[in-house]
Design a protein around this ligand. Structure first.
Ligand SMILES: *Cc1c(COP(=O)(O)O)cnc(C)c1O
Length: 355
């Protein structure tokens, strides 16, 4: 937390307007609209809810195919299952993010025309968004950006989440900003955001009594959590700067070691470096994780690709081994903005000793 969260929460409690709606919900949405230069934003209970609403609004239904990054967190993909649609998993390239080449191949191999693509900007680093947009346009496929990890990242100065038909940000506890839990759906399409808002509040028709023609969800964010979000948005720029600094210190400490390489940043982009992530050439990352654990320092393997998950053993995958290899050799380093420079140097020393 940065300081103002408690003050704004106090304002909420004084007003006695805890939920459902309230002034901070509007303010939080406006702060996202202003920062990311999108047209419309909808505050939700999670990014997962945002992805689900995006698919529902775009009319993705039972039996439809949805293309998606394989190298991501399960939440990117769960929304596809909620709609009884079918994921087609696409591997990464040297950027670690979705491969445009394999994306084209997946479109060709899909049993019927895929309706949408969900891409993740992994660990806060931008995917090759310009190439991806072209492919989606050429093939008439909706683009949804899972920007849960990449709030504040940009490509050619344009913010992550604002390139696609929809973008989604997360304010879960582990993300660059947090409201304890929460998400934001953004789009330049007013009707879509209005429809998503309607569905996020139980699809109540505009009658005095409760009237329903279709089913909705309880996906809206409360005024209390929005108050936290407003305060968090005030420090977004500072958080991105510190995350990038943390990356730079790790890079300085570890880059002269042949064994280690870092997740790249594609040209013309600026990632938020949510997590600093590395791959080893031969060292087993589990050994390093255990060394760090012995010093009471937490680290984790990178995401296990979706096409390797038992849940998706029957799904279509277009892969060339890239993300599988990253999974076997990759490591997420402690990257919290509360770490001191000394902490980062200590982690680096333990890593170096273990190689
Ligand atoms: C955290 C995360 C989500 C889910 O966000 P919630 O707000 O927890 O629902 C989705 N996709 C990715 C890539 C994430 O890292």
């Amino acid at each position: 937390m940065s300081g103002n969260e408690q003050k704004y929460i106090d304002d909420v409690f004084k007003s006695n307007y805890i939920a459902p709606m309230g002034e901070f919900v509007n303010q939080f949405e406006k702060s996202i609209v202003d920062y990311t230069e999108t047209d419309y934003a909808l505050a939700l209970s999670s990014a997962t809810a945002g992805l689900h609403l995006a698919l529902r609004v775009l009319g993705i239904n039972k039996g439809d195919f949805v293309l998606t990054s394989s190298f991501t967190f399960i939440a990117s993909v769960n929304s596809i299952l909620y709609q009884n649609a079918l994921p087609i998993f696409i591997d990464s390239d040297e950027s670690w993010n979705i491969s445009p080449t394999l994306l084209k191949e997946a479109i060709k191999k899909s049993p019927k025309k895929p309706k949408a693509l969900i891409i993740t900007h992994l660990y806060g680093q931008m995917a090759k968004i310009d190439e991806i947009i072209e492919i989606c346009k050429d093939n008439n496929i909706y683009l949804i950006e899972d920007s849960a990890e990449s709030l504040g990242a940009s490509f050619n100065g344009k913010q992550s989440g604002t390139f696609g038909d929809f973008g989604v940000f997360s304010f879960n506890g582990n993300k660059i900003l947090t409201t304890s839990g929460g998400g934001m759906l953004v789009s330049d399409n007013k009707e879509w955001i209005e429809k998503a808002k309607f569905l996020s509040t139980q699809a109540k028709e505009p009658f005095l009594h409760y009237e329903h023609q279709e089913y909705g969800y309880n996906y809206r964010m409360s005024n209390v959590l929005s108050a936290i979000g407003v305060a968090q948005m005030e420090v977004l720029k500072a958080r991105v700067d510190r995350k990038r600094e943390i990356y730079n210190i790790y890079k300085r400490e570890l880059s002269n070691i042949d064994e280690i390489s870092f997740m790249p940043e594609i040209p013309n982009s600026e990632g938020n470096r949510w997590l600093t992530t590395i791959v080893f050439n031969i060292t087993n990352p589990i050994k390093i994780i255990n060394n760090l654990e012995n010093h009471n320092i937490e680290s984790r393997p990178v995401w296990k690709p979706m096409h390797m998950q038992p849940l998706f053993k029957n799904s279509i995958t277009i892969e060339d081994g890239t993300s599988e290899n990253l999974f076997k050799k990759g490591l997420c380093l402690p990257s919290g903005t509360a770490m001191s420079n000394q902490d980062i140097i200590k982690v680096s020393e333990i890593i170096k000793k273990g190689i």
